[in-house]
Ligand binder design. Structure first.
Ligand code: KG4
Ligand code: ZN
Length: 344
């Protein structure tokens, strides 16, 4: 299934500049520069993100070469078979930096260029270290997306459900912001939640009894009201004293929606025996342990990527490129356009 090519892969869709080199399925280097500049603004500032990518992208390529002992561009040029780059979805300016850089390299090195869909790549990140059997259900949970995807063959996807408003990562980040956590709040909330009592607050689970779509915007409002009520009654010190419990309650509400919908999707598609977690939120420990439990209970095989392949990274772009049949999908430069918006 995997092509034996050596691929240079570039990802710049949001606020991580990442470059990977893969030989077949093996990740030789995966260098990621995460932009810290956005923390002070409580969210990603698109203009700053593009500028940061522009400053760092060549350095990331150099660092990737260095990691595997390639001394120069010359060596890279001779060893690389193709270049893969994120085509979308993502921030327009951020995507343009990666895409333009990749086009330049492809042109000057005379290499084929493969355009990769970022959401496909989150799903196929699971293929780096696992044997995944088709058909499978992918739970795609990132800062911008929440989708249940039925994958029947490489690149044959059916979206069974998606969020009607906020994404799961967004729910972590926005709730965390209300609680005074730095952006992105997901990882910190995960850590604090591990020491907390998830029954401390009773928060809503959006669309719990209805279909396969998600809704997280009500949760954000509920967290805001709960926060304000607690401060009014007990003072702001109470929030600090119970931050672990509040984070555990928020994490429970976000992850429970994913568990309920997964369970429902598997009922509708009983021939699916494999489930994968994908996207930044797949790093979440409560989600992982709840899904492990569900896997035992329902008898499906669960996979999730290694931590470094959960959030945005070049390796997931590279592995997705390796799943494309040689020759048939390589685009010429003129036809490789930006896909700034999500499909489906
Ligand atoms: O996939 P990703 O790196 O970027 C997008 O494509 O959006 O996902 C970033 C999202 C952020 O919302 C971040 O807070 C969340 O993933 N995230 C987590 C964890 N690690 C990253 N959310 C909860 N628990 C985590 N451990
Ligand atoms: Zn992503």
């Amino acid at each position: 299934m995997y092509s034996p090519r050596t691929i240079l892969a570039i990802e710049t869709s949001c606020d991580d500049t990442s470059v990977a080199i893969l030989m077949g399925r093996k990740v030789l280097a995966n260098i990621t520069y995460t932009q810290a500049i956005h923390e002070q603004f409580g969210g990603v500032v698109p203009e700053l993100a593009s500028r940061e990518h522009d400053l760092k992208i060549a350095l990331c390529v150099e660092a990737a070469f260095k990691k595997i002992g390639w001394e120069s561009n010359e060596q890279g040029m001779t060893k690389i078979d193709a270049i893969a780059v994120t085509q979308g979805p993502g921030l327009m300016g951020s995507l343009l930096v990666g895409l333009t850089f990749a086009k330049g390299l492809a042109l000057s090195w005379n290499k084929p260029l493969l355009g990769i869909n970022h959401m496909d790549a989150h799903i196929y990140a699971n293929f780096i270290d696992h044997e995944i059997a088709f058909p499978f259900l992918a739970i795609v949970v990132s800062g911008g997306h929440t989708q249940l995807v039925r994958v029947t063959a490489p690149f044959e996807h059916e979206i069974l459900g998606k969020t009607r408003d906020d994404a799961a990562g967004e729910a972590f980040d926005k709730s965390g912001k209300i609680l005074g956590l730095a952006y992105p709040a997901g990882p910190e909330m995960d850590k604090l939640a591990q020491k907390g009592d998830r029954s401390f607050l009773n928060l809503p689970i959006g669309l719990k009894n209805e279909g396969l779509d998600f809704s997280y915007s009500g949760l954000k409002t509920a967290v805001l009201y709960a926060h304000n009520n607690l401060v009014e009654k007990h003072g702001s010190g109470y929030i600090t004293a119970h931050i672990n419990d509040i984070c555990a309650s928020v994490s429970h509400a976000i992850t429970e929606a994913l568990v309920v919908k997964t369970q429902r999707a598997l009922k509708v598609h009983p021939n699916i025996k494999q489930v994968v977690l994908a996207g930044g939120v797949s790093a979440n420990s409560m989600l992982r342990s709840k899904m492990e439990e569900l896997a035992k209970q329902l008898g499906f095989v669960l996979a999730y990527p290694k931590m470094e392949y959960c959030t945005d990274n070049g390796a997931m772009i590279g592995i997705t490129a390796q799943l494309m049949p040689i020759g048939s999908t390589e685009l010429n430069l003129a036809s490789l356009e930006l896909q700034a918006y999500a499909r489906g």
